[in-house]
Design a protein around this ligand. Structure first.
Ligand code: 5GP
Length: 189
């Protein structure tokens, strides 16, 4: 997606060879016009496949997933990383290792929002090793639901996430696939 690649090249900063900072348009400040275009692109790719909900992980997946859900006319469910006194009831949990923080967190969703037999579309901001996506797959499996597609805004193609998910038969559609990055620049596949 050209508009996204241009934003990455103009505004992205590789803080080392593994981590890309895009806090001017995706992770802190949000370029909503770009996210609207991202959502429409995901809707074009994944539309007509019988999805029942869009799911994402808080917090940086929320903007692209919201516009995707809007374009597809579906509800959006946010998987929670933070516990809360109001997050109660019949909950599903799984442990996920965080790529950026190097620690683990518990991913939680209310069973009401992930029902048996559902076909959900996962949208997230980044794909690196795939741990976050595997967390969602685990919750879906516990719920008896299926993840019928995975849409990623920025994939770091030099990490293993895409391959791991594709080997299991998942349709992974990434809008920008970064081949390599360093302080000198960012290259796409
Ligand atoms: P994974 O679980 O695939 O290893 O990592 C994906 C998650 O880690 C994403 O949801 C994202 O929040 C975070 N992440 C991974 N790599 C990067 C990166 O290079 N930059 C930013 N901003 N977040 C990343």
């Amino acid at each position: 997606m050209q508009m996204l690649k241009e934003a990455i090249l103009r505004q992205g900063r590789a803080i080392n060879q593994d981590v890309l900072l895009v806090d001017t348009f995706l992770n802190h400040q949000v370029d909503v016009a770009l996210m609207k275009a991202v959502g429409e692109e995901f809707a074009k790719h994944f539309g007509g496949r019988g999805f029942t909900r869009v799911v994402t992980i808080e917090s940086s997946g929320i903007a692209p997933a919201s516009f995707t859900a809007l374009a597809l006319g579906l509800p959006l469910v946010i998987m929670k990383k933070q516990t809360s006194r109001i997050l109660t009831g019949d909950l599903l949990h799984t442990q996920v290792r965080s790529f950026t923080k190097g620690t683990s967190y518990e991913l939680t969703v209310k069973r009401d929002f992930l029902q048996p037999g559902e076909n959900v579309l996962l949208i997230d901001d980044f794909l690196a090793s795939g741990e976050a996506a595997f967390g969602v797959l685990n919750l879906a499996q516990q719920a008896g639901a299926k993840v019928g597609g995975i849409g990623i805004v920025i994939e770091k193609a030099f990490q293993m996430g895409h391959q791991r998910l594709e080997e299991l038969g998942y349709d992974v559609y990434s809008l920008a696939r970064v081949k390599s990055m360093s302080e000198k620049g960012i290259e796409f596949l």
